[in-house]
Design a protein around this ligand. Structure first.
Ligand SMILES: *Cc1c(COP(=O)(O)O)cnc(C)c1O
Length: 376
């Protein structure tokens, strides 16, 4: 189906970088350096600079970034790791993949982010780490969360897969914890032409370990001596070309997202269509624009009929997916209610004010028509 307003449109971003990417691909065809190499190192340096960290290590995707980050802080079999129940499944999946046990924390009803209080409730003597998720582009309360983590003596991993360049109190997502993880899946704010990811850290030893793990545990400078059981999760030079080209526009595209969100806020009555709150004072990079509606599914169908494509992030909280139910050890009412009410509206940097007006008009036709949609 062709939508009047698509949920996301990557084509304009692709067009902006097309010439630069074609040139970069041409150079790769000449040199034949398709995996790793100078192009990857250049992107890693630029990405570390943007995050304000000393090191960035390019990896195959965001899930591997989380797996390698957890391994780098020593999480393994039998350890417990606290994760929010409201996130993409990869956050919890990575914990299980390293042999550890995810403990699901509930989230704030205003922001859908883990809070210091919900983290504290999940701590046990076996807790080894917490994965904080900067959901929808908003940075969680890192001061509060790291204070709880420090007191408990656990590591802090940031899942910043939706928060490229987001800040809170002037500090970038990914730079607060022991390790920060990014995905460059095409639909993320900084998206490759395929899968890619990165880990950032201020610790040189940890960065070296992650470099070793992503490349079969190879000993530094050796091709066939392996000092760790690693994996294959390197960043392709082909993707680094795309990421470097797009990185020079990321700030502009983030400003454009903020402008689009402003147009939505001007047109939608927050009492009728409440937004999930941005707690970081303008620092959100608005990966998604999420509203909450008691009658979400009906509204979504109505928008679909009006030619407006929407998303739901996420319809099933992590702990209610069959393989993860066994790890749910407490009630998670906020995450469960949110899963029934969240609706992600179309949002992309090149979206026009007229497109936003069309979505808002369609929403206004649907929402007040059947009474009060307000979520208590
Ligand atoms: C996209 C995403 C991931 C996983 O990244 P992939 O590159 O798809 O493996 C992890 N966590 C969150 C919050 C995400 O949005």
């Amino acid at each position: 189906m062709v939508y009047r307003i698509p949920f996301m449109d990557l084509r304009a971003m692709t067009q902006e970088v097309r010439t630069e990417v074609e040139e970069g691909f041409g150079q790769l065809l000449d040199t034949g350096a398709f995996v790793g190499g100078e192009v990857v190192e250049r992107f890693e340096r630029a990405w570390a600079d943007l995050c304000g960290t000393a090191h960035a290590v390019g990896v195959g995707n965001g899930t591997d970034a989380l797996v390698l980050a957890l391994r780098s802080v020593g999480v393994g079999a039998g350890d417990e790791v606290v994760v929010p129940a409201s996130t993409f499944i990869a956050t919890a999946e990575a914990v299980v993949l390293v042999g550890a046990v995810p403990r699901f924390a509930d989230v704030s009803p205003r922001t859908l982010l883990m809070t210091p209080a919900t983290l504290r409730e999940c701590l046990t003597p076996r807790t080894k780490a917490v994965v904080v998720v900067h959901l929808y582009g908003q940075v969680a309360d890192m001061d509060g969360l790291t204070a709880v983590a420090r007191e408990a003596g656990i590591a802090v991993v940031e899942d910043a897969a939706q928060a490229h360049g987001a800040t809170r109190d002037g500090r970038a997502a990914g730079s607060w914890g022991d390790v920060g993880c990014f995905s460059f899946y095409p639909g993320k704010n900084l998206g490759a032409f395929g899968d890619a990811g990165a880990v950032v850290t201020g610790d040189a030893g940890r960065a070296a370990l992650i470099r070793c793990l992503r490349d079969h545990g190879r000993a530094t400078g050796s091709h066939y001596l392996h000092c760790e059981v690693g994996t294959n999760s390197r960043l392709d030079a082909v993707q680094a070309v795309v990421l470097s080209a797009k990185l020079s526009r990321l700030d502009e595209w983030t400003q454009a997202r903020r402008r689009v969100v402003g147009w939505y806020r001007d047109r939608l009555d927050p009492d009728v269509v409440p937004f999930v709150a941005d707690p970081c004072d303008g620092g959100s990079v608005h990966h998604l624009l999420v509203v909450r509606l008691r009658d979400r599914d009906r509204v979504r169908q109505g928008l679909e009929r009006a030619g407006v494509q929407t998303g739901v992030h996420y319809p099933v909280p992590c702990h209610l997916n069959p393989p993860y139910r066994r790890y749910a050890d407490r009630p998670l009412p906020v995450a469960e209610q949110a899963a029934d009410e969240v609706l992600s509206l179309p949002l992309f940097p090149h979206m026009t004010e007229e497109q936003v007006a069309t979505v808002c008009a369609a929403l206004r036709d649907l929402v007040p028509a059947e009474g009060d949609q307000r979520v208590a």
